[in-house]
Each structure stands twice: as C-alpha cells, then as structure tokens.
Design a protein around this ligand. Structure first.
Ligand SMILES: NC(=O)c1ccc[n+]([C@@H]2O[C@H](COP(=O)([O-])OP(=O)(O)OC[C@H]3O[C@@H](n4cnc5c(N)ncnc54)[C@H](OP(=O)(O)O)[C@@H]3O)[C@@H](O)[C@H]2O)c1
Length: 328
C-alpha cells in the first residue's frame, strides 16, 4: 500500500509517499481502507523533530518510526475473528498512528462514521474532537451556564471546543484573529474577541473555565480573566522548535502552585466511547466538523505547510488515494 513516510526530520519537503507493507488483521482488530485523514500539530512536531522529543526518544538524528498521521475515516475491508460489532463495508472513523496511508489496522479507537457527514469531515474529527471533548468535560468539568473562554478558538481543536461547550450549555467567548471572527460566530460563540483589537485579560471579564488551546500569555495575565475558583485547562501553546508547549506548561505549573484557581494539563486519549459521543453530537447537529481545505495525499507537504502557518480555520484534511484510484 502507499503511505506517507519521513526518513529525516525537517520541513514538509521531507514527507514522501512510499510503497510499504499492508497491515495484518489481528483477531481483535479491523482493517480499514482509509479514505481521508487530517493534519494535527502533533504530526508537525514529529516531522520537524521537536528537540526535547528527540532527546527523550533517543532518536536524535533520525526518526525510528517513519510513519505519520493519527486520524482516519474509511471503510472496513476485513475484520478479525473476535470482532462482532463491525462488518466488512461499514463506514468508520477513528484514531490510529500511521493514518496517512491506504490502510490501517485498528483495535480500540474506532466507531461507525456519523451518517450526516462526508469522509473528509469525519476524518477531521478524531484528535481535535476528542481533545476538545476531554478538555471541557473531563478536565474542565464544564457545567451549564458557566462562562467559558476559548483562547485559540478557530483552528482544529478550538472549532470543536466552541461547539461542544455550547452543547454543554455554556456561555462561550472565543478569542481569535480578525480573519476568523466570523468563523467563530458561525460556530456558535456567544462573544468573539479579536485579539488584535481587545485584550481579554484586561477587559474586566472573568470566566469559570478557560481553555487555552493555543495562547501563550503569562499566568499573571490569564489570572486576571479567571474567577477565584475557576479552572484553567492548558491544551497547547504556539509552536516553538525546542521544547514546544512544555515551556509554557512548566512556567504555568510553577506559577499556579499557590493559585486559588485549578490548573490542568492533559494529553488527549483516543477511545471508542468518546468517538461514540462525538458521533452522537455530530448526528444531533450540535457539532459540525469544519474543513477549511482538503488536499490529495500527493500534496501532503502543502497540507502540512498550511497547518504549519498556525492560522488554519477548522481542520486541514488529506484525501487518501487508493492504489487503484488515479490521482486527479
Ligand atoms: N494536549 C493535547 O492532548 C493536545 C491535543 C491536540 C492538540 N493539542 C495542541 O493544541 C494546540 C492547537 O491545536 P489545533 O489542532 O487546534 O491547531 P491549529 O488547527 O493549527 O489551530 C491553532 C489556532 O491557534 C490560533 N493561534 C495562532 N497563534 C495564536 C496566538 N499567538 N494566540 C492565540 N491564538 C493563536 C490560530 O487562530 P487565529 O488564526 O484565529 O489566531 C489557529 O487557528 C496545539 O498547540 C496542539 O499541539 C494538544
């Protein structure tokens, strides 16, 4: 099968399409023919080789795992002996490493695709949707009527977070750049702050829950926007090549040791139950995936470059071509 691989760290030009072995189908897994995948910041960091990641994994000069991708939507081609809840031909979506490929073999994080979205839309959901869901529900303990602020609200995670927070009954304020103000409003944000015109840490408003998806402000600034018993959930930070979000994580963790507010950082976990929750939110119309652009797999480098600029609107998707489909 064809798959995207990177044999050295670097900019998107290191991404190549190679012919590699199709995965087996273990007894407790399903083999999915991938129709679409989507791009996440984690893949950007894997490709460029965040220095701290290289040191921790002892892969300083060359990656051991040359495969990329995490999100997929596609069609079940075969099921393992022990699988009873999927059958050949089912349309599914989920998370599996190495998803920029024509096939993935997946055990846990897979669910039936929401019936009302395309393969591209479904492929945009897993990482970003699960992160937004777990950030708000499990770590932010979101409650109806709470005032929630989402900093970095218009990209992959933020676009899901606005809609999921609304689905939980919160009053949502989205912080984004001027070109994304309308996008955040269309997703349902009650208030939208253009960060080039207004500083949300200085406008006198305070929130019960602040989801920091991609902001890099200091704790003393964030604190001004938080009620005394608020929760601050750190999801990510603007990209840096050496330590990535770890710098902001350490600084904020230390600064919040004596704070009255609760500070949480987490790494999202794929699981079937949450894929099912997202499917239901999408089928109920409460959440609608937003794909800014879909690139064919042959243009994976352009797709990665688009994400790397840091101002994606919703998600960037990669359409995976099957071996017998001609690339347009
Ligand atoms: N903890 C986890 O498990 C987990 C999981 C997934 C992702 N993440 C992290 O979450 C972050 C966001 O991921 P994503 O997929 O949403 O990325 P994305 O699609 O690239 O979106 C990032 C958004 O951040 C906004 N932004 C850029 N610079 C900003 C700044 N200086 N201040 C405020 N906002 C800014 C941009 O919106 P504007 O153009 O409107 O500024 C952009 O739309 C990344 O750091 C990623 O590593 C963490």
């Amino acid at each position: 099968m064809k798959a995207v691989v990177f044999e050295s760290y670097g900019q998107p030009e290191v991404l190549k399409i190679r012919e590699i072995e199709k995965p087996d189908v273990p007894d407790d897994a399903v083999l999915v023919r991938v129709r679409a995948s989507s791009i996440n910041v984690a893949e950007w960091y894997s490709m460029t080789g965040l220095l701290i990641g290289r040191i921790l994994s002892r892969e300083l000069f060359k990656p051991k795992d040359t495969r990329l991708g995490a999100d997929f939507a596609g069609v079940v081609e075969a099921v393992g002996k022990n699988i009873t809840d999927f059958k050949r031909g089912d349309e599914v979506f989920g998370g599996r490493s190495g998803a920029y490929a024509e096939y993935v073999s997946v055990k846990n994080a897979v669910a039936l695709k929401p019936a009302n979205v395309t393969m591209e839309e479904a492929a945009s959901v897993p990482t970003a949707g699960i992160t937004a869901l777990q950030g708000l529900r499990d770590h932010g303990k979101i409650q109806p009527g709470q005032k929630v602020l989402i900093h970095g609200a218009s990209g992959g995670v933020g676009s899901f977070a606005i809609q999921i927070a609304k689905a939980f009954g919160a009053e949502v304020t989205a912080v984004c750049s001027p070109q994304n103000v309308e996008h955040a409003r269309r997703l349902g944000a009650d208030h939208v702050i253009d960060y080039t015109k207004e500083d949300f840490t200085r406008n006198g408003q305070q929130y019960d829950l602040l989801l920091n998806v991609n902001g890099g402000r200091s704790w003393s600034e964030y604190k001004r926007a938080l009620k005394p018993n608020a929760t601050f959930v750190l999801i990510g930070a603007p990209k840096t090549p050496v330590v990535g979000p770890i710098g902001l994580l350490i600084k904020t963790r230390l600064a919040t040791l004596r704070a009255s507010q609760k500070f949480v950082f987490f790494i999202a976990q794929f699981n079937r139950a949450d894929m099912q929750v997202l499917k239901e939110l999408i089928e109920s119309g409460k959440v609608k995936p937003f794909v800014e652009k879909a690139y064919p797999m042959t243009r994976i480098a352009d797709a990665m470059t688009h994400l790397g600029k840091g101002h994606a609107q919703g998600k960037i998707v990669v359409t995976i071509q099957s071996s017998n489909t001609k690339v347009p």
